[in-house]
Design a protein around this ligand. Structure first.
Ligand SMILES: Cc1ncc(COP(=O)(O)O)c(C=O)c1O
Length: 404
């Protein structure tokens, strides 16, 4: 018997203020996109229409945003780190981000004006690589701490960007606290964390804004394909900044016509699911060992929670096999569909949608979602094979089987 997928609908009282939603308003999104477009490496990542899969599952469309193509870094995360670094530099220069381009950011003149900076962060891999990449481009330093059990391959990828990176013996949330302490002691230190807590909100809000490029591109690509809007969006969450950004984008863009959004977590780190159940933020502790390394976070981002609590419709706590199944399904597509290399934290939403449509154990959830032949589903494959050995072990060797 495979472990159960748990789901709940959102029964929380909406909170009256929606301050975080304004972070993803149209004028903000324009600034983010303008900034990212100034990067010579910028290109929208592909939106893949898996038509044969949609037909097999009995839905109208299955669209997947393939973030393995992002900036040559194999994951979406650099969108957030780069924008936060850009905003920080703009602030130091006393300018608006719309006056800052990639060229200004990396110029010797900017370096001379802002002086030496060391960027600090904790990461399971992708965010740290993005921050290290941005610091490297600026000619600045970065110090990166990784949680216990992190992959050596992901560590090396970060070190290759010139960062001082180490794997600690702590879980993700403790690694955040540890590295924040280092940043506070360093007069040139700046903490660039992809999650917020009370008293630390400005930089995480910039990171969330940075992620919006991905949702805005997907929306534009859907329009180009003649699709008015997705009916259902599935988005995975670690701390939830990514999910909050996607949810916030669609809530602002479509208002009362907002797609039905489902937030999906690894079941050993399902802090948002549990918080939705409890109606208030509830942390998860322990080592949170899961193949979905990017989702192994036990304390939700406070500003994102503000958005998700009001706008998300469903919350899912998923076992590892859902993600492994998604990886294999996307790696070996139906004839006529394009292959997608989707890593452990990227594939869980695809695995979930396919399971809901084909396994009658989840008929109640399928019906609650209203998933049927008219549904236009959008998922985000947020990373490629960021740990190639693990990817191969799952896809080729069958690690983490999904047989019923
Ligand atoms: C590939 C990937 N997908 C999704 C996430 C989840 O993002 P967040 O922690 O903002 O919820 C992460 C986080 O590191 C990630 O690396």
């Amino acid at each position: 018997m495979r472990e159960r997928i748990n789901w709940i609908s959102n029964k929380m009282e909406p909170s009256p203020h929606e301050a975080s939603l304004a972070l993803l308003a149209e004028d903000q999104i324009k600034k983010v996109r303008g900034f990212h477009k100034s990067f010579p490496i910028y290109e929208p990542t592909p939106l893949v229409g898996l038509d044969q899969l949609a037909k097999k599952l009995g839905i109208k469309n299955f669209f997947l945003k393939d973030e393995s193509y992002r900036f040559g870094l194999n994951a979406f995360k650099v969108l957030g780190g780069s924008y936060a670094v850009g905003k920080f530099i703009a602030q130091r220069l006393g300018k608006d981000i719309s006056e800052i381009s990639y060229e200004t950011m990396i110029s010797a003149e900017t370096k001379a004006k802002v002086g030496d900076i060391t960027f600090y962060t904790a990461t399971d891999g992708n965010h740290g690589r993005g921050v290290a990449w941005a610091a490297n481009k600026l000619g600045q330093k970065s110090v990166i701490a990784m949680p216990v059990g992190s992959s050596q391959t992901r560590l090396k990828a970060i070190q290759a960007e010139g960062a001082e990176a180490t794997i600690t013996d702590m879980n993700y949330d403790d690694a955040v606290r540890y590295v924040n302490g280092l940043a506070e002691k360093d007069p040139n230190g700046v903490m660039v964390q992809d999650t917020a807590w009370d008293g630390y909100e400005e930089i995480p809000s910039w990171i969330m804004q940075g992620y919006s490029t991905m949702a805005a591109e997907a929306d534009e690509q859907l329009h180009d394909a003649g699709i008015a809007r997705p009916t259902h969006v599935f988005v995975q969450a670690g701390v939830g900044s990514f999910a909050g950004a996607v949810q916030g984008y669609f809530a602002n863009a479509y208002k009362e016509d907002c797609p039905i959004t489902t937030i999906v977590e690894a079941n050993v780190a399902d802090c948002i699911y549990r918080s939705a159940q409890a109606g208030k933020l509830v942390p998860v502790g322990g080592d949170m060992q899961t193949i979905m390394a990017g989702l192994a976070c036990g304390e939700a981002c406070t500003i994102s929670w503000d958005i998700l609590k009001n706008k998300a419709k469903f919350f899912v706590s998923a076992p590892d096999w859902v993600s492994a199944f998604g990886m294999r399904m996307l790696a070996a597509p139906l004839r006529g569909d394009r292959q997608v290399v989707s890593g452990e934290s990227g594939s869980v939403t695809s695995g979930l949608v396919a399971t809901l449509m084909e396994d009658d154990t989840y008929q109640d959830f399928r019906e609650a979602l209203g998933l049927n032949e008219d549904s236009v589903v959008l998922v985000f494959s947020s990373e490629g094979d960021t740990d190639p050995a693990k990817y191969k072990s799952i896809v080729w060797d069958g690690e983490c089987p999904s047989v019923k």
